[in-house]
Design a protein around this ligand. Structure first.
Ligand SMILES: Cc1cc2nc3c(=O)[nH]c(=O)nc-3n(C[C@H](O)[C@H](O)[C@H](O)COP(=O)(O)O)c2cc1C
Length: 183
């Protein structure tokens, strides 16, 4: 059995998330042994406990980054976590081997529909920085699970909210299956 760490980069999972909250609640049920690292609950002040986060990563075989796309990138909280935790001597540099061989999975959502990410700017353009980071740190990039069209603006429309609920549950199922295939 492999250890799974799911790092949630949503900046306010408890009070300001629709899709990521459903996805993570489903995963907690479907993968009860996974560690869910809710950065917004732990670090509302963005002051990351670096040794604690590095220990969680050391203990993990499969690392999942779960986040909403903000401005074609990851939320600032997740970027801060990565900047603080992935430091020379831990994740890279001649002595930095802590992440070597661990499997990295991305799991993200966008407000724009999936059709908005086309040939001019494909979904893969959102993942390049993580693929490069995996390469530099020795992690094995295992791909992504993506859902579009979970728009902030549609939360109050009952029909759209029902659609977004359904696709969020489907996303969680796809992600759980992907994680299971790596264990
Ligand atoms: C600050 C901010 C920036 C965003 N930038 C993008 C973006 O670049 N592309 C996009 O498709 N959606 C963007 N969105 C929409 C979010 O991706 C969407 O609300 C989120 O994936 C839904 O997840 P949640 O319900 O868990 O918050 C942005 C939302 C916010 C609040």
């Amino acid at each position: 059995m492999k250890n799974v760490l799911i790092v949630s980069g949503h900046p306010d999972l408890a009070s300001d998330s629709f899709a990521n909250k459903i996805i993570l609640a489903d995963l907690a049920e479907q993968l009860p042994s996974a560690v869910i690292d809710d950065l917004s609950a732990l670090y509302p002040d963005y002051r990351i406990d670096v040794p604690a986060e590095q220990d969680k990563l050391r203990n993990a075989d499969v690392i999942v980054l779960q986040f909403p796309i903000f401005w074609y990138s990851m939320p600032a909280l997740l970027a801060k976590w990565m900047e603080d935790v992935f430091v020379r001597g831990f994740s890279h540099g001649s002595q930095g081997k802590a992440l070597v061989g661990k499997k990295l999975v991305l799991s993200f959502t966008t407000g724009a529909p999936e059709s908005a990410y086309d040939a001019a700017f494909p979904v893969d353009a959102l993942t390049g920085r993580f693929v490069q980071t995996a390469g530099l740190t020795g992690m094995i990039y295992e791909g992504y699970v993506y859902t579009g069209g979970v728009s902030y603006a549609d939360r109050t429309d009952p029909a759209r909210a029902a659609d977004m609920t359904a696709v969020s549950h489907t996303h969680a199922k796809r992600l759980a299956e992907k994680i299971a295939s790596l264990m």
